[in-house]
Design a protein around this ligand. Structure first.
Ligand SMILES: Cc1cc2nc3c(=O)[nH]c(=O)nc-3n(C[C@H](O)[C@H](O)[C@H](O)COP(=O)(O)OP(=O)(O)OC[C@H]3O[C@@H](n4cnc5c(N)ncnc54)[C@H](O)[C@@H]3O)c2cc1C
Length: 274
């Protein structure tokens, strides 16, 4: 079965098929290029493996995680922790590899190792695929799109969020080409910088607010544990909770994800209060 949590109607089916698996091969893939929430393609692998372990199914299941990168995660401290998480579930991680062909009827997928130039056909029982992503076509077709990138995101200064070509244009969030992870957490920090600088530009004042690249990825590692990865453009850790060790999967961070972040989103972010 082919699944993807990247289509809004499909997560319930992902859960249905994870619950229904009694053993076999489960393949989870991440494409090359910038994608929304780069942690999401591996979070679902951990959640699934945790469930299969709780049901006694993991021992009968070969779990393969295909990543386009040479590392598990862009920030090296969390990359190391995630190596341990994947190993703890016995997940086979294929780095510098990509899903290049799928035969849905035959339940076969071709994984190409981009470094070695080799291809392997894998027969799967479940495939959770993350699709390659780019800017919307209308944006790609405009001169706002970054000419140096094939993905078509809007080119803006990485600190002021102002277009280098049109001083009245600013961009933030997933549609921008900011060199940070595309997350709601990043957009939250970008919003106040953009508003401050936009008002300054409208009033003929210098742009003083600067975005430092802050992004955050709540890496759920099991049904009740989470790693909160927070870092900036320099991959320097920027913890919101400096008094706790966020390099360890934690129950309190899972509570934050389950209850705190939805409240932050609905009651504060959307109302412009955070
Ligand atoms: C599976 C998954 C898991 C994720 N997990 C996390 C997480 O745990 N934490 C986190 O911080 N982030 C997470 N993200 C990322 C987060 O959802 C995005 O980074 C965030 O939504 C970006 O907000 P945005 O407003 O920039 O873009 P979007 O949320 O994509 O909003 C853009 C909107 O513009 C609309 N639009 C497009 N074209 C037009 C047009 N021509 N006219 C009018 N409207 C238009 C679109 O329909 C859309 O509603 C996740 C994303 C996915 C897919």
């Amino acid at each position: 079965m082919k699944l993807s949590n990247y289509r809004p109607d499909l997560p319930p089916r992902t859960w249905e098929f994870i619950r229904g698996l009694r053993g076999g091969t489960a393949l989870f893939t991440m494409p090359a290029g910038p994608i929304k929430c780069a942690g999401a393609p591996q979070k679902i692998a951990y959640l699934a493996a945790d469930w299969w372990r709780s049901q006694g199914v993991l021992d009968r299941t070969r779990v393969i995680l295909v990543l386009p990168t040479a590392v598990m995660f862009s920030q090296p401290d969390w990359a190391k922790v995630l190596e341990g998480v994947a190993a703890g579930y016995g997940i086979e991680v294929r780095k510098e590899s990509q899903l290049t062909e799928v035969d849905g009827e035959g339940k076969r997928a071709v994984i190409s190792d981009t470094k070695a130039g080799a291809k392997e056909t894998i027969e799967y029982d479940i495939l959770h695929a993350t699709p390659p992503q780019s800017a919307p076509d209308w944006l790609k077709a405009t001169p706002l799109a970054d000419p140096a990138s094939p993905f078509g995101y809007a080119r803006v200064d990485k600190h002021t969020l102002q277009s280098p070509d049109w001083p009245t244009v600013f961009a933030l969030g997933d549609a921008s080409n900011l060199p940070t992870s595309k997350t709601g957490a990043a957009a939250r920090k970008q919003a106040s910088v953009l508003v401050t600088n936009l008002l300054a530009a409208m009033n003929g004042r210098p742009l003083t607010a600067r975005y430092d690249g802050y992004t955050s990825c709540p890496l759920v590692t099991s049904r009740n544990r989470m790693l909160l990865a927070e870092f900036d453009y320099d991959l320097k850790r920027t913890p919101s909770f400096p008094f706790i060790n966020t390099l360890k999967p934690r129950y309190d961070m899972w509570l934050l994800k389950r209850y705190g972040l939805p409240a932050l989103y609905w009651h504060l972010m959307l109302k412009g209060r955070a």
